[in-house]
Design a protein around this ligand. Sequence first.
Ligand SMILES: *Cc1c(COP(=O)(O)O)cnc(C)c1O
Length: 402
Amino acid sequence: MSTTAEALRSAEAHSAHNYHPLPVVVATAEGAWMTDVEGRRFLDMLAGYSALNFGHGNRRLLDAAKAQLERVTLTSRAFHHDRFADFCSELAALCGKEMVLPMNTGAEAVETAVKTARKWGYEVKGVPDGQAKIVVAANNFHGRTTTIVSFSTDHEARDHYGPYTPGFEIVPYGDLTALAAAVTANTVAVLLEPIQGEAGVLVPPAGYLQGVRELTRERNVLFMADEIQSGLGRTGKTFACEHEDVVPDVYILGKALGGGVVPVSAVVADRDVLGVFRPGEHGSTFGGNPLACAVALEVIAMLRSGEHQQHAAELGDHLHRELNLLVGGGAVTAVRGRGLWAGVDIDPAHGTGREISERLMERGVLVKDTHGATIRIAPPLVISKEDLDWGLDQLREVLAAG
Ligand SMILES: *Cc1c(COP(=O)(O)O)cnc(C)c1O
């Protein structure tokens, strides 16, 4: 084990600089709290971008993982294993769908959804081969693969990674008129985040998701909801789409599905969509492995009771009430979000998002800035009201001091 300074120096020297982490070196964690190599405690108000919805070291998830570690961890999909069928049927049931295609990371699940939509377009809808179009939203974040960054509007994510994959149409987020105009006979899917996380926790205008649902149904286009960050309890419901009573054709899941223990992602849809795949046409060595299935099954069981969604809804109302009191007080210009998920825009006169994050870190609260002026608050759903209030006190003091 090394000191903070040694660990930072070594990481600086030997890791690619594709991240700019806060200068904290975590050694252990439990629930909503992390402890660094020097024994300092920090309240985790980021929760691994929602990968840690159920907190660090969740007892049920650790027990499920440990039990599975002793039995069998990997078979590849060349053989069946005894957790696979349960995982698929339970996840399908949670989503109200018929079929699951498991992968590992979020980006792989998005890639899988893109392939699903194209294949469905050619084999079911009858789009001429090679002509399929997928409509996406500006300021999206769907992952980091070459195809996915091809339809990003974020220069940092996209520049100098070309040549780019064609077949995507970008429209402004929240604009139904633009979306309707972009959908043509060759459009196979609309791919959206029901709330845009990386963009700053942008909630679309009321009625937007409903409008997308009606439009895609009328035009025979798949509605694919990327619920990788918004789903599995974060917004106070199992899926963010539920806030508008919308059921997409395709759910794309990741992050919290692996309980913060292992990477687990999946595409979930009905048979008329996911039924397009035949053996050999798509796959993943690790997708749907026994350890992943065992942990995800426990995640699904925890979501089935609804307690985490309810806690997120109740504490989320409290969080947004408190944050909204800060708006107009000088430092905070806007607050957005749903449930235990908030984007807080900071007046640049009070510091950048990064500077606010650093000052919060000094007070024992870990958050992450996004797009310069926004800090994102997304604690584990298991956080207590007392801890959340303590974190909010630190934010108020940092803003008052700035
Ligand atoms: C994090 C995220 C992804 C990518 O997931 P990875 O596991 O990092 O590949 C895709 N979509 C959304 C909305 C995300 O938040």
